[in-house]
Design a protein around this ligand. Structure first.
Ligand SMILES: *[C@@H]1O[C@H](CO)[C@@H](O)[C@H](O)[C@H]1NC(C)=O
Ligand SMILES: *[C@@H]1O[C@H](CO)[C@@H](O)[C@H](O)[C@H]1NC(C)=O
Length: 750
């Protein structure tokens, strides 16, 4: 080591002269080690670099002194330095050329000082430097070219500073950088070119900043990054394909404010193995779309996940793709605290709408802090409203305002105005509110939304206009909402589809129009809503769907048409709906489902709801085509005596046939054979002939007498019913079923 560090001749001379140099060259306050060539002057109140340092010194430790300024050429007498420690030295200023002459320095620590500006030539001359630590200073400005001479630097650490923005090309010249640490700053925006030129960077730490959006463009310019840490940034949503980083394997996005993310958010990062989404606000998460096939671990710990039917596709996907899920259920009560890995997909069920709403309300009541609690920090807030600086939430809920209050802090993210009496929303009602992500206007007696009412709300993602009195919308109502993704218009007074209004919302993904009085879907009502994925029209009065009604929304994957007045399956309207996965027609009055009714959806359909419709007959080929893909089929509460052969439904995981007057005789043999074959709980009971009323199709013996039914198993040997003993539970399960309506509707499988 020693001989590597210095030229042979010099070392030789030095060895000869040790006794002399020692006394002559070691500064009074310091400890010098002539073998290791180190000088330590730790916490000595030094105000200057000691002038009497031995030229041959390799490691210099000056921690804990009071050197306020590092002048130009401060170390010119120690050109062999490889390590220099200057932490806690009250350094305010590093003058241009301060380190000039230190061409052998590999490690420089400037942490815990008061440096605020990194000048253009602050680090000139450090042509061998590998690690530069400037953590815990007050850096708020990086001048262009500050790092341009550091061609060998591997690690640059700037954590715990006051960076608000990074100028374009700030890190230019770092041709060997591997890890850049910018954690614990105040970055709220990264320009496209902010990290330009970092072609060798593999690791980037940006946690604990103020980033509200994933900086897609900036990140895509970092071709080698494998680990990215964005934890503790206030992002609420991740849009389509936002994370597009070819070599990324580890991504940390925990402790953010994510409420939702697009299933394709990560699909352009095909090497991703570990994704941490812990401690966000996610209640439900859809399976990720293709493109994330390397993913092995997904951390969801600390999210308020509702383990209900909406989470089921994710759970199924995780099993199918062998993705380990970490985290636990936040609800419902019976699954609360259960580890996600321990929950089997069939356990993820939904209660009735009503029970769910009730549970939500109870939870909201639990979370909302008592109104007496005063907000901690002062923040701009209109009269008769409550605003919180920490969370950026402002609320004027139920305060009888008749006009939209003005004067909210411009960094408000959630604005809750529900339960007021606005009657109409005038144009530009929310000036300067560019940061609002979620706007609540439920129950405000709104009859009209003027053109441009929300203009300027560039960041708005969730807009709630439910439970108002809207009967129409002008085409300009949603002008100026480039990010609007979820729009709630349920429980208004629409009698026709509010066409036209959606062509100005390019990002609209989900449109809620439940519980209005829309009576028909005319041609092209969705024109312009090309990004729409989910359309909810449950509880209207739709009796007629034009074959061209859904044109223009070819990416629709969810269509809920339950509780309307349809008399037949609107097959023709599905002709261009090649992505539809979830179709609900429950509660219409469709008596007959004809051949090929769902044929246009054969490649996509996964869930089909045909329950409680008074359905009397299904054609044998009514489900033709959808067989291999269909996962759930709901047929309960109909008038079916027979069902079509279910053998082609090879992927079925859930089926409900309860409350149908099934005729247990030979025509039903295919169903009986199918039940024998599949490992599903099939709620099917006989209603005929009279002697079999209430018996499970699976338990009756009539089918063994039908042609082809010989292979069915003989009746199990039964003990006489006893109330005691190990067999008692078994015996009860085998007993004829009592009609138990409520229970049947909930549990389709076991
Ligand atoms: C440094 O200065 C402070 C205050 O001036 C004093 O209390 C302390 O003893 C000094 N330390 C040394 C090592 O001289
Ligand atoms: C629609 O109305 C029904 C009946 O009042 C209710 O159960 C359901 O929750 C409502 N749905 C929405 C989305 O408002």
């Amino acid at each position: 080591m020693f001989f590597q560090m210095c030229p042979h001749l010099l070392c030789f001379l030095l060895l000869l002269c040790i006794p002399d140099t020692h006394s002559a060259k070691c500064p009074e306050q310091c400890v010098c080690d002539q073998i290791q060539l180190t000088v330590t002057c730790n916490s000595k109140n030094l105000t200057h670099i000691p002038p009497t340092l031995d030229e041959i010194t390799v490691k210099l430790d000056l921690r804990g002194n009071d050197i306020q300024e590092l002048p130009s050429g401060a170390f010119k007498h120690t050109p062999y330095l490889t390590h220099l420690s200057l932490q806690r030295c009250n350094v305010r200023r590093v003058k241009e050329g301060a380190f000039r002459g230190l061409g052998r320095l590999v490690f420089l620590n400037l942490a815990n000082n008061n440096i605020d500006i990194l000048y253009q030539e602050s680090f000139d001359g450090l042509s061998s430097l590998k690690q530069l630590l400037i953590d815990r200073n007050r850096v708020e400005e990086i001048q262009p070219g500050a790092f341009s001479q550091l061609g060998f630097l591997n690690l640059l650490s700037l954590t715990h500073n006051q960076l608000v923005y990074i100028p374009n090309m700030a890190f230019q010249g770092l041709q060997n950088i591997k890890w850049l640490r910018l954690s614990h700053n105040s970055l709220n925006y990264l320009d496209t070119e902010a990290l330009a030129g970092l072609f060798t960077l593999t690791r980037l730490s940006l946690d604990h900043n103020e980033l509200q959006f994933f900086p897609t463009e900036t990140m895509t310019r970092l071709p080698e990054v494998t680990r990215l840490d964005l934890s503790y940034n206030p992002m609420t949503y991740l849009g389509e394909e936002v994370v597009s980083m070819k070599k990324l394997t580890h991504l940390f996005m925990d402790h953010m404010s994510l409420q939702d993310l697009d299933p394709t958010a990560f699909s352009k990062s095909s090497k991703l193995v570990h994704l941490d989404l812990g401690h966000n606000q996610l209640r439900v998460l859809q399976p990720f779309s293709e493109g994330t096939s390397s993913l092995a671990r997904l951390n969801l710990a600390g999210n308020p996940l509702s383990c209900n039917c909406y989470l089921r596709p994710l759970r199924e996907w995780s099993i199918r793709n062998k993705v380990k899920l970490l985290g636990t259920c936040g609800g419902p009560a019976h699954l609360s605290g259960e580890s996600l890995e321990a929950v089997h997909p069939p356990e993820l069920r939904c209660q009735s709408q009503e029970a769910m709403l009730r549970a939500e309300r109870e939870e909201a009541a639990r979370i909302t802090p008592p109104p007496t609690q005063e907000p901690k920090n002062k923040v701009k807030c209109p009269a008769n409203c409550a605003c919180e600086a920490d969370t950026h939430h402002s609320s004027c809920e139920n305060r009888a305002h008749t006009k939209v209050p003005q004067g909210f802090s411009p960094d408000t993210r959630l604005l809750d105005l529900r339960g007021n009496h606005f009657h109409f929303i005038a144009s530009s009602s929310f000036p300067g509110m560019t940061q609002v992500v979620s706007l609540h206007l439920q129950r405000c007696k709104i009859v009209e939304v003027e053109d441009g009412a929300f203009s300027g709300m560039k960041g708005l993602i969730y807009l709630y206009l439910s439970e108002n009195d809207l009967s129409s919308l002008s085409p300009g109502a949603f002008k100026g909402l480039p990010q609007l993704t979820y729009l709630h218009l349920e429980k208004n007074r629409f009698t026709g589809f509010p066409r036209g209004a959606f062509s100005l919302v390019p990002s609209l993904l989900a449109l809620h129009l439940e519980n209005n009085s829309i009576s028909r879907l005319e041609p092209d009502v969705l024109l312009g809503a090309g990004s729409l994925r989910s359309l909810y029209l449950t509880g209207n009065a739709i009796g007629n769907v034009s074959p061209r009604a859904l044109e223009g929304a070819g990416d629709l994957d969810t269509l809920h048409l339950g509780g309307n007045k349809l008399k037949e399956v609107p097959t023709e309207a599905f002709s261009k709906m090649g992505s539809l996965r979830d179709l609900r027609l429950s509660g219409n009055t469709i008596r007959w489902v004809g051949p090929n009714a769902f044929r246009p959806l054969e490649r996509s359909l996964k869930e089909l709801y045909l329950d409680n419709m008074g359905l009397e007959k299904m054609s044998q080929s009514s489900l033709a085509g959808v067989g291999p893909g269909l996962r759930s089929l709901f047929l309960e509460g109909n008038l079916l005596e027979e069902v079509p052969d279910l053998h082609p439904l090879s992927s079925l995981e859930v089926i409900n046939l309860a409350h149908n007057p099934l005729m247990c005789d030979c025509p039903l043999l295919p169903l009986r054979m199918w039940i024998e074959k599949v490992n599903l709980k099939v709620r099917a009971t006989c209603a005929n002939p009279p002697e079999l009323i209430g018996r499970r199709v699976k338990d009756v013996q009539v089918f063994r007498a039908c042609p082809g039914g010989e292979s069915l198993p003989p009746p199990p040997h039964r003990h006489p019913k006893t109330s005691q003993g190990p067999q008692s539970h078994q015996t009860q399960t085998d007993a004829p079923q009592r009609p138990a309506a409520g229970q049947d509707a909930q549990s389709q499988t076991s």
